[in-house]
Design a protein. Structure first.
Length: 402
């Protein structure tokens, strides 16, 4: 049993932290290990779980192939999609049968803390700086600010990985105080702050705000929880107020000003601009079923050039927004189905009755409209965690027991 746990942890660490490190051609370990995951499903008699998603996407594949695609890019993207499905069904099977998710959360948090220390050593020594830190301007007009990215392509991708860990320890501490859990949460908060992804920080605030409002009556009935919640809100407010009063030229204030003025190119590109460009491309082809996988970088190039008035076309043409990309690839039908499935499962599985799942669901629902990408395997992993009721200590029936 110990060997099984250790080998599982090894695979989780590999995909969670270094999924793309050292691999060529944009490959990921979640793709490379697809045969291993397929064997895992076969060995555990779970291979039939692939039938429904394979059937759905195979139908879309035939439709797109019939209406015309650039064959090479379409086939490569389709193969990547199928390896992604194998990985996700494997994770679903593992997550559903796992008896101690809390132990995995703790170990991942500990490894993250250790890597964060290495990242700070790298920052001060300059050794392998670009491996740990994102060194591009985070908003126009501001100097380069090193942002923690921990082997990911961007800082926002790394901070996104922290979401379920943060929610786990936030709700755990709000319920019951523990010095160990406090330091775990503090380490995650440090990682989030130094990755400085306003999008993820905003998603966390929105998610916690909605969950706290929905369950406010029950939360306020528990005196220890109420006191801790009031303390957190006061401490957060004082920290933000102090930042703006004593350091008015801070990066946060500068980016907020850029956002309000419409000068933040990253914020615009990840939100409404992605949908505007996507709709222009979609409207030129088939709005109902989309243009197919791997086609945007070909048929969308001219639209990107015209929209942004590029003098030189970027090497990679893509939409940095998961829902905009879904709309382009699978059309209005695919876009609508995705939302209906999410909302339907939220209601059917009563996700709102679990504090952890509820906050994770809200964060993912908001995030998909403000960033991410279609083949973001960790986003789908988190969706599985949001829908599968494993962490029963966070169920409202248990959480609000005195």
């Amino acid at each position: 049993m110990r060997k099984i746990i250790d080998s599982t942890l090894g695979i989780i660490f590999l995909i969670f932290f270094v999924n793309r490190v050292g691999l060529p051609y944009g490959l990921k370990f979640s793709i490379v290990l697809a045969p291993f995951f397929a064997f895992y499903l076969l060995k555990n008699n779970k291979l039939l779980r692939l039938f429904l998603p394979f059937y759905f996407f195979a139908t879309y594949t035939l439709i797109h192939f019939y209406q015309g695609v650039v064959f090479k890019d379409f086939i490569v993207s389709t193969l990547i999609l199928f390896t992604l499905l194998i990985f996700l069904v494997s994770f679903y099977s593992f997550y559903k049968r796992s008896s101690d998710i809390s132990a995995f959360v703790q170990r991942i948090t500990e490894v993250n803390f250790g890597l964060t220390i290495l990242a700070f050593i790298s920052l001060f020594s300059g050794f392998q700086l670009s491996l740990f830190w994102y060194l591009e301007p985070f908003t126009p007009g501001y100097e380069v600010l090193p942002r923690l990215k921990m082997f990911e392509l961007e800082a926002s991708h790394y901070s996104f990985l922290i979401l379920p860990l943060f929610f786990y320890y936030f709700w755990t501490l709000l319920k019951e105080w523990s010095v160990k859990n406090f330091f775990y949460l503090l380490s995650l908060l440090i990682s989030l702050l130094f990755s400085f992804s306003l999008g993820i920080l905003a998603v966390i605030v929105i998610s916690l705000g909605i969950v706290l409002v929905v369950h406010s009556v029950k939360l306020m009935r528990l005196k220890p929880t109420r006191n801790k919640l009031i303390f957190v809100m006061l401490a957060g407010s004082i920290a933000v107020l102090g930042l703006f009063v004593f350091f008015p030229e801070n990066p946060l204030a500068f980016r907020i000003q850029n956002l309000l003025a419409g000068n933040d190119t990253s914020g615009r590109g990840r939100t409404y601009e992605a949908f505007e460009i996507g709709w222009q491309v979609l409207n030129q082809h088939n709005p109902l079923v989309g243009i197919g996988l791997g086609q945007f970088k070909i048929v969308g190039r001219e639209t990107l050039i015209y929209y942004y008035k590029f003098a030189n076309m970027p090497e990679v043409a893509r939409l940095p927004n998961a829902m905009a990309e879904t709309m382009v690839v699978y059309g209005i039908v695919g876009f609508s189905l995705k939302l209906l499935v999410q909302i339907g499962l939220f209601i059917r599985l009563k996700v709102y009755q679990n504090m952890f799942q509820f906050s994770l669901f809200v964060s993912l629902f908001v995030y998909q409209f403000t960033g991410s990408y279609l083949f973001n395997e960790m986003e789908y992993v988190f969706w599985i965690m949001a829908f599968v009721p494993k962490l029963r200590a966070f169920r409202t029936s248990n959480y609000f027991m005195k």
